[in-house]
Design a protein around this ligand. Structure first.
Ligand code: FES
Ligand code: FES
Length: 174
């Protein structure tokens, strides 16, 4: 995997900042406007799986992983991602080869309109990377910042636990 080296000092020229961010394993040189949020940068660059829900830090639909930890892309400046690794849902699986977490969400019936699912899947990935054997309270805590307007917050928890089981049974599958 390509790594973004050295964070260096950023300078704005006419309000534009040049940054390098490793997105889904690939270093990308980006120009962002001073004060631009990471959510808007990612969507402009084509990562439309990063959803804009509330745009206010409340719903979790914009969750991405920053150096492996979940962050709200609507609440951090794009420039803060300079020199760091960002994982969006596009980096996790494909329709032909879904990641085990994505598969578990589908099989558990956790997906209705799907708007909240990229954020939930990425929050789940961060959890399982840190704790491969979560109990139900741990799964609930991991998703407690991710709102869903369609479901009752039962199927998603079942999906997290199913994904954990699958990944444990198939080492290297995560
Ligand atoms: S869009 Fe970021 S938390 Fe809702
Ligand atoms: S499945 Fe529709 S918002 Fe969650």
């Amino acid at each position: 995997m390509a790594k973004t080296k050295g964070r260096g000092v950023l300078k704005a020229v006419d309000g534009v900042i040049a940054i390098t961010v490793n997105i889904n394993g690939r270093d990308q040189a980006l120009k962002v406007v001073s004060g631009e949020y990471l959510l808007d940068t990612l969507r402009r660059e084509g990562y439309k799986g990063v959803k804009k829900g509330c745009d206010n830090g409340d719903c979790g639909t914009c969750t991405v992983l920053l150096d492996g930890r979940p962050v709200l892309a609507c609440m951090m400046f794009a420039a803060q991602a300079h020199g760091r690794r960002v994982l969006t849902i596009e980096g996790l699986g494909t329709p032909d080869r879904p990641h085990p977490i994505q598969q578990a969400f589908v099989e558990s019936g956790a997906v209705q309109c799907g708007f909240c699912i990229p954020g939930m899947v990425l929050a789940t990935k961060a959890l399982l990377d840190e704790n491969p054997d979560p109990d139900e309270p741990a799964a609930r805590r991991a998703l407690d910042g991710n709102l869903c307007r369609c479901t009752g917050y039962v199927k998603q928890i079942e999906a997290v636990l199913l994904a954990a089981k699958r990944i444990k049974a198939s080492p290297g599958g995560k």
